[in-house]
Design a protein around this ligand. Sequence first.
Ligand SMILES: [Cu+2]
Length: 99
Amino acid sequence: MLSRITSLVVGLVMVLALGVMTAAAFTKTVTIKVDGMKCAKCSASVSKALKATEGVEDAQVSSEKGEAVIKYDDQKLNEAKLREVINSTGFKAVEQPGQ
Ligand SMILES: [Cu+2]
């Protein structure tokens, strides 16, 4: 009886651990170079557009660095779609070959 409970608990813990790991595996972080941002208003509009996109969990956009660091759900979005969103704001997502 005790071993049955033990195996049940072990099984439950494994299922929970697996769930947490898969959830984390779906979250990807990508850095995309963005051309044309001159000030905080520019980066804010890119950031706003990204955050309004379903699947984006976080977006840190810097006009100084000229890049956007985006955390997103791999199941709902991909990098190409994120570039489209950035381009739709009037700025240019720079293609970086080899990434
Ligand atoms: Cu600006």
